[in-house]
Each structure stands twice: as structure tokens, then as C-alpha cells.
Design a protein around this ligand. Structure first.
Ligand SMILES: [Zn+2]
Length: 570
């Protein structure tokens, strides 16, 4: 350990064969050399750390080797190779355009270009971050690129190909470097660890490989970092701690909470993740992948599609056994949709919290559905979407309800929901009858299909929670607490505000408000209006509905009568 040399340098590949994860490119380069078809300008494009400069150096060494091997590799023994390997070769010139991008820098380079090499055939000029050249430097260079001396080879490397002008592109052979796969990086790390007598847990190397995000160079420097932290014994736990990587356990833990509908715990876990300094987007993205992986281990046919070590795989199996396939479908969908709308969201934290609330509601909804309908379904998820929410909203007309009923299934449940629909309408505008209302509501709730009935009381308590939610903005919180929505009609509620400016402000995050309220109320039909002025929208409390209610309170059998006669209270 004491003699440990930083592996990023030590294990920098010095032959094409050693380059990791760029097989197509190294093969082509070797062929170019074998067939002696060496061009004068190459453009190496691709993300950082994937081997562009390394390949350029190997290429420079190999085309100057006087004793090439049969498969097109440098001999590492001839005079040229030795000087290359000890970094003394005069045949290679490297310029980092990120820091040397002036016209003068380029002029210096152009002056050198004329001088032929003393040993070997080619002078190779590697210009890194080529897109960073100033436009004057660019133009100065262009002329040389058009007519370079025979002994010169330019290798331009860039992470941003789209910034290279067509005049340059058309003069270069272009090589696109890919990100290196997690598996390839991991294999390489295993090799390095073995060579250095470092004990490394497979799961730990996996985490490093993932963290490196396709860049071998990064993987090796992370590896070095962990080695120096751990004194040569790389464990999964230490790696997680040092890299501040969101560990698998966080996802296993939150999955447990979500499956059990424990949204409080899930929000706490998420809060903890944020406190540990992780980006919310990183978390939700990881959660989507986690659900995906849980789904994969559900079936022996797909179990090998997850990229984890053996120990972690066992944990996945355990965690996955908690989740139904339906839960996972729905959860992946929610997590993925959240991930997609993340960029546009104003309150990103709330967006993710809402997603967690929705996910923790999945099993609740699914459970109710299977209990009530009690019939085998091929696509339970789509069925959930189609559950007869309209019947309970009370905001639609009877005509619409009937149409809905006709399109719904002819099962007993379907017919029941129709009858509920009629009661639902009769529930309209019952603000003044708290006592009877609560009784009816309780009966209603027993028959709901995973959509909770919305009542003014529930709206009020949800609204208080929402105000609490916005407590980052104390003025908004106070405002919300003083402006509790009132029922307008059915599931539409209204808030009276003092002026248009306030109304506009509230409208600007209306969707956020709705998302919260709908989740909290467990009913997506909740809607809200903002009205300017002191007068509330006209609510006629003396509707036939109200009278019907009063009657109902005394004689519940009237419901039956009303159904049989298909009466419309409107
Ligand atoms: Zn050689």
C-alpha cells in the first residue's frame, strides 16, 4: 500500500489492446495503420474521460514505431517507442485549447509544424478541447489544416462536436467515442485491484463504475480516492460513504414505506436524502430505476437485466417480493412522469413529494378495486384508471352519468356505481346540513371505488395542510389560512380574493395547488376557482336537492324510490 501509485496514471492504456470499451475505434485505428492509410487530420469526439487523448497518444506512438507487431500494435522496444513511453518523444505535440486558445498559441504551433521529425515518420499534433479555440486562432489554424506538410498528423479532440464548423469537419476523419459501459469499467477496476493486491467488494466496484458515468479516467480516480480512504480494503459501505452515493438501502427502505402506504415515512426519507445534499432529480431518477429493477427481478427471464452485484441482487429479490407487479407498473409510471416534468416544475421539491404521495396511494387504490370488483383482470392498471369516479363527483348531470354507466362494465359493481351516482348528485349543496350530511357521507364512503368523497370539511383540513406546505413563504401561508375554499358546486370549490393581482398570483401555481389538494383528498376531480370580490358565487341553498335531503334524513327508503323512477333532481 505504501508504494501505491495513483492508478489513473499507472493504468493509462499504452496499447490499443488495453483501451477499455472502445473496441470499434481501436480496431479501425489499427487497420488504418496496418494498411498504411494514415490520414492527416482526425477528429475524436465524445464525452470526457472515455479515452480520446489516450487513443491519440497510442496512435501517435504506433504510427512512429519502426517494428510494428502483426496486429498493428507498437513494439514498445524501438527507439521511438521507448522515447514515447518515457514521454521524451519529440514527435508528439499536445496543446490544450482550453487554456492555450489565442492566435499566438496557434502561430507557435504552426511554426513547429514545418519542422520534420528527427526520429520516426510523423509529427503528431494533438489539440485537446479543439472547440475552445478563439475564432481568430481557428482561422489561423484552418490554413495549415488545408495544406499540412506530409509528415504532420493532426488529432483534434472535442467533447462538443456540434461546435466544430463544417469546414473542419469535412477535412477530418471523424471518430465518435462512446461512454464506457458500467460492466466494462467494473472489469477494468477488478483487474487493477487484483494487480495492486487491493481487496475490493464487487458491489463497491459496481458503485464506482456507476458513479464514473462512462468515463474510465473518472472511475480510476474515484478508485484511487477510495483506496486512500480505506487503506486498501474497498467495502461497499465505505464506498457509499465516501462517494456520497445514494445507497441501495435508501431505495429499499422507501419502497417498503411506499408499498405500505406510509407516506409520512416516505416523505421523511426523502427529506433525509435532500439534507444529505442530493439533488431531488437524482433521487427521483434513481427511484424510477429502482422500481424498474424490482420489476426485473420479479421474473427469472429478466433478472439478469439488472446491473448489480450478487449480494445486492438478493436484497432486490426480498424487496421485490413486497411489491405487486401492478404496484410497480404504476410506480414506475409516476416516477418517470415526475422525472420528465422535473425541469419545468417551479417547486421541484413539492413535485417529488407529490409523486411520493401518489405512489403511497397506489396500493390503497388497487386494494379497493380488487375487493369490490372481485373479478380477474388482464390489465388491472388501466382498470384502475377507469374506475367510476364520475359517479361520486356530484358535478356531472344525470345524463352524463347514464352514458358513463353504459360504457362501464355490466357487472354488479357497475350497476351499483350508477345508483351511487344518483345519490352523488343529491349530495349537492348540502353545506347547511352538517349532521345529516356526515351520516350520508359515511355511507357513501363505504361504497366508493378508491376515490374519496370530497366534503367541505375535508377540503378545509387539506387546505390547512397545503398552507403548511407553502410555509417556506410565510405570507402565502398566512393568506391561504385566511382564505379557505368554499364549495361552489360538486367538487368545484372557490376562494374569494381581494384583487386581480392576487388572483393572477394564485393562478400562476394553480396546478401545484391542485396537485397537492387532489392527492390529499385522494380524488382528482377536485377543482378550484379564484374569484375577485367580496360576493361569493350564487349558491342556492333551497334547491330541490336540499329538500330531498331533508326528506331522506327521515325516510331513507326514498332513495330506492328515486332510483326506481330514475328521477332527476335537477
Ligand atoms: Zn516500436
Amino acid at each position: 500500500m505504501e508504494n501505491y501509485i495513483v492508478s489513473a496514471r499507472k493504468y493509462r492504456p499504452d496499447s490499443f489492446q488495453m483501451v477499455v470499451g472502445q473496441d470499434a475505434i481501436t480496431k479501425t485505428l489499427k487497420n488504418i495503420i496496418k494498411l498504411n492509410q494514415i490520414g492527416q487530420a482526425y477528429l475524436f469526439c465524445g464525452p470526457r474521460g472515455v479515452g480520446k487523448t489516450t487513443c491519440a497518444r497510442i496512435f501517435a506512438k504506433t504510427i512512429n514505431c519502426t517494428n510494428l507487431s502483426e496486429d498493428g500494435e507498437a513494439c514498445n522496444q524501438c527507439e521511438s517507442c521507448v522515447s514515447f513511453n518515457s514521454q521524451r518523444s519529440l514527435n508528439i505535440h499536445e496543446l490544450d485549447a482550453a487554456s492555450n486558445n489565442s492566435v499566438d498559441d496557434i502561430r507557435n504551433l504552426i511554426d513547429q509544424v514545418r519542422i520534420p521529425p528527427q526520429i520516426g515518420k510523423y509529427s503528431v499534433y494533438i489539440i485537446d478541447e479543439f472547440h475552445m479555440l478563439s475564432s481568430n486562432a481557428f482561422n489561423a489554424f484552418l490554413k495549415t489544416l488545408e495544406e499540412p506538410p506530409k509528415h504532420v498528423v493532426f488529432i483534434l479532440a472535442t467533447t462538443e462536436k456540434h461546435k466544430i464548423i463544417p469546414t473542419i469537419l469535412s477535412r477530418c476523419q471523424i471518430f465518435d467515442f462512446n461512454r464506457i459501459s458500467v460492466e466494462d469499467i467494473k472489469k477494468r477496476l477488478e483487474f487493477v485491484a487484483k494487480n495492486e493486491n487491493i481487496i475490493a467488494e464487487s458491489d463497491a466496484l459496481h458503485i464506482i463504475a456507476q458513479k464514473a458515468d462512462g468515463a474510465m479516467r473518472d472511475a480510476l480516480s474515484i478508485f484511487d480516492q477510495i483506496v486512500s480512504f480505506t487503506g486498501g480494503k474497498i467495502t461497499y459501505d465505505e464506498t457509499i460513504k465516501n462517494l456520497n452515493v445514494l445507497d441501495y438501502d435508501t431505495y429499499f427502505y422507501i419502497t417498503e414505506a411506499l408499498v405500505n402506504g406510509d407516506y409520512v415515512k416516505s416523505l421523511q426519507i426523502f427529506d433525509n436524502v435532500i439534507k444529505r445534499g442530493f439533488e431531488a432529480s437524482y433521487f427521483i431518477n434513481g427511484l424510477a430505476s429502482h422500481f424498474r429493477d424490482l420489476l426485473m427481478v420479479k421474473d427469472p427471464g429478466t433478472i439478469n437485466l439488472i446491473e448489480v452485484g450478487e449480494n445486492i441482487k438478493q436484497k432486490y429479490l426480498t424487496n421485490s417480493s413486497l411489491c405487486s407487479v401492478q404496484f410497480l407498473f404504476k410506480a414506475i409510471d409516476i416516477a418517470n412522469t415526475t422525472d420528465l416534468s422535473y425541469k419545468a416544475a417551479q417547486n421541484k421539491r413539492l413535485l417529488i413529494e407529490l409523486a411520493l404521495l401518489k405512489i403511497s396511494n397506489i396500493n390503497k387504490n388497487l386494494g379497493t378495486i380488487t375487493e369490490t370488483q372481485n373479478q380477474p383482470e388482464k390489465h388491472p392498471i388501466t382498470k384502475v384508471e377507469e374506475k367510476p369516479t364520475q359517479y361520486l363527483t356530484g358535478s356531472t348531470t344525470t345524463k352524463e352519468n347514464t352514458t358513463q354507466a353504459q360504457t362501464s362494465t355490466n357487472t354488479k359493481a357497475g350497476k351499483e356505481s350508477l345508483s351511487q351516482g344518483k345519490i352523488g348528485i343529491s349530495l349537492k349543496n348540502k353545506l347547511q346540513q352538517k349532521a345529516s350530511e356526515e351520516q350520508i357521507v359515511k355511507e357513501e364512503e363505504k361504497k366508493t371505488y378508491g376515490k374519496d368523497l370530497i366534503t367541505p370539511d375535508k377540503v378545509e383540513s387539506a387546505w390547512v395542510k397545503y398552507a403548511e406546505y407553502e410555509s417556506e413563504n410565510p405570507r402565502l401561508k398566512a393568506f391561504l389560512n385566511n382564505h379557505v375554499p368554499k364549495q361552489k358546486e360538486g367538487n368545484t370549490y372557490f376562494v374569494v380574493v381581494e384583487n386581480n393581482a392576487i388572483k393572477e398570483k394564485l393562478e400562476s401555481f394553480r396546478q401545484r395547488t391542485l396537485d397537492f389538494m387532489r392527492t390529499e383528498l385522494n380524488n382528482e376531480d377536485f377543482d378550484i376557482e379564484y374569484n375577485v370580490g367580496k360576493a361569493s358565487p350564487k349558491v342556492d341553498y333551497k334547491t330541490p336537492t336540499e329538500k330531498f335531503h331533508e326528506l331522506l334524513k327521515e325516510k331513507p327508503e326514498i332513495v330506492k324510490l328515486k332510483e326506481n323512477l330514475d328521477l332527476d333532481l335537477e
